[in-house]
Structures are given as C-alpha cells and as structure tokens.
Design a protein around this ligand. Structure first.
Ligand code: ARG
Length: 401
C-alpha cells in the first residue's frame, strides 16, 4: 500500500509545491488539510488548488470555535504575552492545526505528517513537538526544510510542474493570521531600524474620527458580551478586533527571541487579543485575592514561554492551565475600555458582582468601616523584627565609637 501523508496545507506557495514534491520525491499519497483558524480566504478555492497540485484528498476544517474556546481562552486567562508583548498568535494556532492533522492522519490511515515550515522558525518546532506529543508513532517530513529553495526557485518549481499558485514574484512579507491577530515578517522589516509602513497593516488602520468605547463582559474568565450583548467567542473576538483596530490599536513592533536561537524583528497586529488581555487582567485586579493574583502573575510568563516554545501539549502547560482555570472562578464582571486615536487604550471602569473591592474599607468619608485602631498594633508587630535589628545595629556602632 502506498504511504499516505497528511500535509498542513495553507494554499500558499510552499505548501502547494510540497504537495507535488511529496508525491514526486517520496512517492507518497498526499492528503492536504487546510485548517480555518480565522485567517480568512476562500477555502473551497484552497481545496481545489491542493487537488490541482496533486493531492489525492483535500480537507477543509473549520476550527475557529475550537481555536477560540480551547486555545485562545486559556491563553487569555493566563494573560499570556511572550516577552511581555506578543499574544502568541502563531504559537496558539499551531497546536490546534496539529490536533486536526493527527486526527486526519488516523482517519485516512496516514503514517506521515508534513508541514511547510523552513528550518529557521518556531513553527516547525510547534508542529513537530506537538505531533510527537499526540502521536509519537507518526513520521514527520518538512519538504521546505529539505529543499532549501529561495522563493524564486520555489516559483520555478511550481511553473515547471504546472502547480497552480497565486503569487506575485515580489511578495515581500510573510504573513500568518488567525482570530488572535496577524504576524508580519520578512521584506524590508528584516532591518530592525526600518520603520514599518502603513500598507503592511490590515487590521489596525485608524478609521475612527473620535475615541471609541466598548464594555467587555466576562463570566469566570471567559469573554461573553460586548456592550451587554451576549456573543459567541468567535463573533466577540472578531467584533472587538474591529472596534479596537478602528482606533489604530493593537500594533506591536519588537525584536523577539525565537526558540531556535535567532533574534527576529516582528511586526504584529493584535487588536482583539491585546484588548481582551488588557480588559481581563484589569478585571482580575478587582476579583482575585492578593496571594492568588501574585502567584498567578509569576506563572504567566512561564505559560507564555511554554506555548511559544511549542509545548502546548506538555504536562507542565496542562498543569499551569489547571491552576489558571481554578483561579478564574470569580473573574466575572465588566470592564469598560476606551480607545483613543493613535492606538491607545485605557480602562475607564470595572465592576463585578463578586468583586473584592469594599467601599466601606476603601473610603475616607463617613461610610468608613475600617477599624483604624487595629492598625497600630498590627504595624508594631509587623515591624518588630526590623526594630530589633535597628536597635542592635545602633548598639554595635555605639560600642565602636
Ligand atoms: N514570530 C512569531 C512566532 O513565532 C510569528 C511567526 C509567524 N509565522 C509565519 N509563518 N509567518 O510565533
């Protein structure tokens, strides 16, 4: 029986060439799997392109709802920002794609999994570590890492073999997009000193003419409404992205540390994910008990690093998510965000039926319910060690003078 391979198919240049290459060079039957994680595009056209390139089957999977609920939400609840800034757009989509690849491999009797990544990025790590975690018996092939062609050479290969592709010779950026945002690499921005230009962006053009406000409702750490209107996750993420993006909010320009040891200049547009993390973290300020909040804050960067590093399906990531999930029970309430022109955001209010803010304790006016007289003794004992230490220091110095 001919060996079957499931290929993570995007419809782009590299994966279209890979469909043909896997058949011609390896003798495999290719099952192309295109996973919709909110990147947009005509998926029927993508499916047809895979078949035209020589795939024996081409499958399109709408994974937007799974991606939002099972990957984006756990990341949101962990306020996950890699190196403090990047909301893990690509890093979060790879595990859901891997999950479906493995599922399709089993359904189609495939023993090999393939992806279109080169040898320099993080995505190859995420595909391969993820696949090994879910299905250690599957073999992995990375055609683009083997052939090491330039873009020009890849185009020549597709022309030589009549593989239909939609490319122009001067495509300059490498784009990866999903519900959580858009990542832009390559081209002129490979020089970290070169300023991004407006036409690189698609989600964050400032079209609003005055500040925009939106109230995000959360239930147990899950965003559930905008301005009081209950919305499903996919719709909510899309809508808040449009609102925030219309004020030009959500751009990131950074040099980041890849898993594979390379520093990389990255430009991102993440209006929805950054707005939601901002609102969610603020609501936690109101609803999380202090020790829990502080411990959680210590774990969040580790969570982000694990996800970035392709360790979504690892026991540590799962254990951290269990901790985070437990912390979210009372993260319920509303946060009002105000986006001002030029891409700024501020929280202008938050409220929760289970908030820990107690007006009677906080106020300085007549409603004050705090027992002031308790403070004196509390502080005396709290500072007792320091006082003892200070007295001894004095005594020791006095002896020397
Ligand atoms: N640097 C980001 C990451 O590693 C974005 C990667 C974008 N991927 C791509 N194939 N263009 O998560």
């Amino acid at each position: 029986m001919t060996t079957r391979v499931v290929l993570a198919y995007s419809g782009g240049l590299d994966t279209s060439a890979a469909v043909h290459w896997l058949g011609a060079e390896r003798g495999y039957e290719v099952i192309a799997v295109a996973v919709d994680v909110g990147q947009g595009g005509d998926f029927e056209a993508i499916r047809q392109r895979a078949l035209a390139a020589g795939a024996v089957e081409a499958v399109v999977i709408d994974a937007r709802a799974d991606f939002a609920a099972d990957y984006a939400v756990p990341a949101l609840q962990a306020n996950a920002l890699y190196e403090g800034r990047y909301p893990l757009v690509s890093a979060l989509s790879r595990p859901v794609i891997v999950w479906h690849l493995v599922d399709q491999a089993r359904r189609h009797g495939a023993t090999v999994v393939a992806h279109g990544c080169t040898g320099k990025g993080n995505d190859q790590v995420r595909f391969e570590v993820g696949t090994r975690a879910l299905a250690p018996e599957l073999e992995i092939v990375a055609p683009a890492r083997e052939w090491q062609w330039t873009r020009e050479q890849t185009i020549e290969y597709t022309e030589a073999h009549d593989i239909p592709v939609e490319v122009t010779r001067e495509k300059i950026y490498s784009i990866d997009e999903n519900l959580w945002g858009r990542a832009i690499e390559c081209g002129a921005i490979e020089d970290p000193w070169v300023a991004p230009v407006e036409d690189m962006y698609s989600l964050t053009h400032e079209t609003a003419t005055e500040p925009v406000e939106v109230t995000v409702g959360f239930e147990a750490g899950v965003p559930v409404s905008l301005d009081g209107e209950p919305l499903g996750l996919v719709e909510l993420i899309d809508r808040i992205g449009r609102i925030a993006g219309s004020a030009g909010f959500g751009r990131i320009d950074m040099v980041e540390n890849r898993r594979v040891g390379i520093k990389s200049r990255e430009v991102y547009e993440c209006p929805a994910s950054l707005a939601l993390v901002f609102a969610h973290a603020d609501l936690e300020g109101l609803t999380l008990e202090r020790d829990l909040a502080h411990e959680k804050a210590r774990l969040e960067p580790r969570f982000a690093e694990l996800v970035y590093d392709g360790m979504w399906f690892s026991p540590l990531r799962e254990a951290l998510s269990a901790f985070v999930a437990s912390s979210q029970r009372h993260v319920t309430g509303e946060v009002r965000l105000r986006f001002t022109l030029g891409g700024h955001v501020a929280v202008t209010g938050r409220r929760s039926p289970v908030g820990l803010y107690d007006y009677g304790l906080a106020t300085y006016d007549a409603a004050d319910a705090f027992r002031h007289e308790d403070a004196e003794g509390y502080i005396r004992i709290y500072g007792l060690g320091i006082k003892t230490w200070a007295c001894r220091q004095k005594a020791a110095h006095a002896g020397k003078d």
